[in-house]
Design a protein around this ligand. Structure first.
Ligand SMILES: Nc1nc2c(ncn2[C@@H]2O[C@H](COP(=O)(O)OP(=O)(O)OP(=O)(O)O)[C@@H](O)[C@H]2O)c(=O)[nH]1
Ligand SMILES: [Mg+2]
Length: 531
């Protein structure tokens, strides 16, 4: 198969706890990339998962940072990105969505569409990313499958196409019926879900189905499948690829039910990398010049080496190790020598890569999130979304002799886009004002400073909830001192020296806007305002 055509690059997204990391792990098991699946409930003596490798993730059983896993399956080269569901880490998830060609949306069958899933869906919709839906946790009492399907249409405006349908519910969940092949797949549970589940297949009329289901489940199942057939909607591949229709799969990630069908359905019905928007218009993957952009930076992935990895999504041409390209962040030419393919925390030298691939560049180059790397300097991607932080805190180093590693650690975490630094006017001397999208990021910051840089830190509350950027005119008017700012409203600057203003409450923000109509407030620095 053609190298570009066999690439599949997708993210798994959802509300916290729907089972993204578990599904990732099981896809790796079925993809042959793991021989024994781990578990996210990191109890003693159990394997952790390949994607939640960070110490804090293992400890808390949640994903904090997105992870890239590359593997081969049925002739396809798959780049899978497991993302964190928690709102406080959503900036990372949004960045990942700029780097993928499709998303698998996981829904907890007992809960349906939850708040964070809705938000992530909206980002996918804006980008026209095709969405595949996996309705998970069917081994637990779930909501009515028809109701869940209906909700996709009503809440998300996404037309569902059930590719398979659950047989039984909760403790009586026995398998799924594949509507494409008209075969029922009846699964056996395996201890801890570490191994592939045994499966028997049978046609709809086969007495085996009646045997495996109780009378009520059987009747419901036959009735529902009949209804779906009667509705008669045909599978529309074009509508799937434009993001209007979502193929829906049911299963239980923990028990390995429905994973193979999901994976097979995904590779079959998803598309290889397509053209991407850049400064010169649309750039097709077949364009001979190599181009790609950095969507994520992660330090200390390997605790033995204090290095950082820049994650590049290849968009066009062919990547070869040691190639020399333009780094469109600082205008210099760089040699891409230390290139790796990634599998969670593990990495392996890679000599060539194609559009769709994610390459990890290891080293100390001054890469920033959003930078383009290309052989053709006319190509610049402008992909990376930014969000105004809503949480602020002062961080101090209590041990003066540790000031060097403390500073180094903070710089690295800022480069990763985990936190941002601000400089309020008249700030208390030795402390750093940090801002993040959500408060859990401060916990991560403190934990990682200690774990990765060996420094303790002290957190003190800062009185603000909002920061807004000012243009030159606004900054000049305000710094003249003629305008009364209000209680706890403070002027300052961001890390690039751009003027900003901090507000303690939504009310203070509104009051300022109402009384100073001539001053424009911006949610983001002026250079990165969304078009
Ligand atoms: N009963 C049941 N539990 C499941 C299933 N899939 C996952 N879980 C459990 O749900 C919990 C959350 O699973 P994760 O895979 O960590 O969820 P996640 O979506 O990655 O969570 P975040 O990354 O923190 O947003 C874990 O305790 C899993 O064991 C399933 O099919 N059935
Ligand atoms: Mg997870």
């Amino acid at each position: 198969m053609d190298e570009i055509k066999r690439r599949r690059t997708f993210a798994i997204i959802s509300h916290p706890d729907a089972g993204k990391t578990t599904l990732t792990e099981k896809m790796l098991l079925y993809g042959g990339a793991l021989h024994l699946a781990g578990t996210v409930t990191a109890r003693k003596n159990q394997r952790a998962t390949a994607s939640d490798w960070m110490e804090l993730e293992k400890k808390r059983g949640i994903s904090i940072s997105s992870t890239v896993l590359q593997f081969d399956y049925a002739g396809y080269r798959i780049n899978l990105l497991d993302t964190p569901g928690h709102r406080d880490f959503s900036e990372d998830t949004y960045r990942v969505l700029t780097a993928v060609d499709a998303a698998v949306m996981v829904i907890d069958g007992g809960k349906g569409i939850e708040a964070q899933t809705l938000k992530l869906f909206e980002v996918c919709k804006r980008r026209h990313i095709p969405i595949f839906t996996f309705i998970n946790k069917m081994d637990r009492p779930s909501r009515e499958p028809l109701e869940l399907i209906d909700e996709l249409e009503k809440v998300l405006g996404l037309k569902p196409f059930p590719v398979n349908w659950p047989m039984g519910n909760g403790a009586d969940f026995r398998g799924v019926y594949d509507r494409m092949t008209k075969q029922a797949h009846l699964f056996e549970r395996t201890p801890g879900g570490a191994f592939k589940a045994g499966v028997e297949t049978a046609g709809l009329e086969d007495p085996l189905i009646k045997e495996k289901l109780d009378a009520v489940s059987y009747r419901n199942f036959i009735e529902e499948v009949g209804m779906l057939e009667l509705a008669g909607t045909a599978y529309d591949q074009e509508a799937v690829l434009s993001g209007e229709v979502t193929p829906v799969f049911f299963g239980s990630a923990v028990n390995n039910f429905g994973i193979q069908l999901m994976l097979d359905g995904f590779v079959e019905h998803s598309a290889p990398p397509g053209p991407r928007d850049a400064s010169i218009g649309s750039v097709a993957p077949e364009t001979p010049a190599f181009s790609g952009f950095i969507f994520k930076i992660q330090g200390n992935m390997n605790p033995r080496h204090r290095d950082k990895v820049a994650f590049v999504r290849v968009c066009s041409g062919k990547f070869t190790r040691d190639m020399s390209v333009h780094h469109m962040g600082d205008g210099r030419k760089v040699r891409l020598s230390n290139s790796n393919k990634l599998f969670g925390q593990e990495r392996e030298t890679v000599d060539e890569a194609w559009p769709g691939d994610i390459v990890g560049l290891v080293g100390h180059q001054d890469y920033k999130i959003g930078d383009t790397l290309t052989e053709n300097p006319a190509i610049v991607f402008d992909e990376i979304p930014r969000f105004p932080p809503e949480c602020f805190t002062y961080l101090t180093n209590p041990v003066p002799s540790k000031s060097k590693p403390f500073k180094l650690g903070l710089e690295q975490l800022m480069l990763e886009g985990v936190i941002q630094q601000f400089f309020p006017k008249d700030a208390p001397g030795s402390s750093t004002l940090l801002a993040a999208v959500g408060p859990l990021q401060f916990e991560v910051t403190q934990y990682r400073l200690e774990e990765e840089y060996g420094v303790k830190s002290v957190i003190e509350p800062a009185p603000w909830q909002f920061v807004r950027w000012l243009d030159e005119d606004g900054a000049a008017q305000l710094s003249s001192g003629m305008i009364h700012l209000g209680d706890n409203v403070r002027l300052g600057a961001d890390s690039a020296g751009n003027p900003v203003i901090f507000f303690p409450t939504p009310w203070a923000l509104k009051y300022f806007g109402d009384t100073n109509k001539k001053i424009t407030l911006y949610e983001l620095p002026l250079k990165t305002q969304p078009a």
